[in-house]
Design a protein around this ligand. Structure first.
Ligand code: PHE
Ligand code: CO
Length: 296
């Protein structure tokens, strides 16, 4: 029997099933992955590589190749860390799952990216509500090799530590930025739109929907606008924000956010699907198939 840490199951609380995790860094129990778990990796890996051709941005595809990840087996964090150390100094650390805000920010601020060590079950191939190894590793890790994006992630971590010390509202605003960039961002490239957000690249359905569906809005990146915008956690996004380059992202987020947080206090939130005066509309969504409520 294994003495490795195993996943802590979700627990019933008055808020429903909530995953309760330890905040500790754990060694990836690589030798314990079952044949089925390696097969789940293989299935997802092959499928997404295929779907992302011509859809993911150049930096995502190229950097993923540099890691030498293959469908043959779940990658070892140790091997990926050798590549990362030389390129941008980032390191992956194994975790049980979602971390408390401050723990997460502290990792990023120190160029450590927490990766969930367990992979979803076969019946969750198409959808899983929480991040697993496939989302974290396939989705987030490639862009940690991209110098400008790697710096943005660290800056976000430092900004998170700061926002945490301001007030809960500052954190709400900052989290929306992460959501609409790191997780669900689109980028203009080669005369079209491409995906860089990890939440999209790790989902077959959303990879196609985010670029090809007429339903969602696609709007030019606007920092303050994004920070006011609610989002969806249980359906595809109603709005995607489009950057022109990773330089634009890091330049726009370089200033101290403290005065911005104060200004945002006086402003109401924007619904996930709203288009507003002043938006640079790349595509105005039809809204087809949207749920009428449920914005976070
Ligand atoms: N400039 C931000 C601040 O002062 C920090 C930050 C950088 C946040 C990049 C997010 C992304 O809080
Ligand atoms: Co993620």
């Amino acid at each position: 029997m294994s003495s490795q840490p195993r996943r802590v199951e979700s627990q019933q609380t008055d808020k429903g099933y909530v995953p309760i995790y330890t905040t500790a860094v754990v060694d990836q129990p690589w030798a314990d992955y079952t044949k089925t778990e390696h097969e789940t990796w293989a299935t997802l890996f092959r499928r997404q590589r295929d779907v992302l051709k011509g859809r993911a941005c150049r930096e995502f595809i190229d950097n993923q190749e540099r890691f030498g990840m293959t469908p043959d087996a779940i990658p070892r964090f140790e091997e990926l860390n050798e590549v990362l150390a030389k390129a941008t100094g980032w390191q992956l650390v194994g975790v049980e799952g979602l971390l408390p805000d401050l723990t997460f920010f502290d990792h990023l601020a120190n160029r450590r990216f927490p990766v969930t060590w367990w992979i979803r079950k076969p019946e969750q191939i198409d959808y899983i509500a929480e991040p697993d190894l496939f989302h974290d590793l396939f989705g987030h890790v490639p862009l940690l090799l991209e110098p400008v994006f790697a710096d943005y992630m660290q800056a976000y971590g430092r900004g998170g530590v700061k926002a945490h010390g301001i007030d809960p509202n500052a954190l709400v605003h900052l989290t929306r930025l992460y959501w609409y960039t790191v997780e669900f961002g689109l980028i203009r490239q080669d005369g079209g739109l491409r995906i860089y957000g990890s939440g999209i690249v790790s989902s077959k359905g959303e990879s196609m929907y985010s670029l090809e569906s007429p339903a969602p809005n696609r709007i030019g990146f606007d920092l303050a606008r994004i920070m006011r915008t609610r989002y969806r956690i249980d359906t595809y996004q109603k709005t995607y924000f489009v950057i022109d380059s990773f330089e634009q992202l890091i330049d726009a987020t370089r200033p101290d956010f403290t005065p911005l947080y104060r200004e945002l206090e006086a402003q109401s939130a924007i619904a996930a699907g709203d288009v507003r005066e002043g938006d640079v509309v790349v595509h105005r969504g039809t809204g087809e198939g949207w749920a009428t409520d449920g914005d976070v």
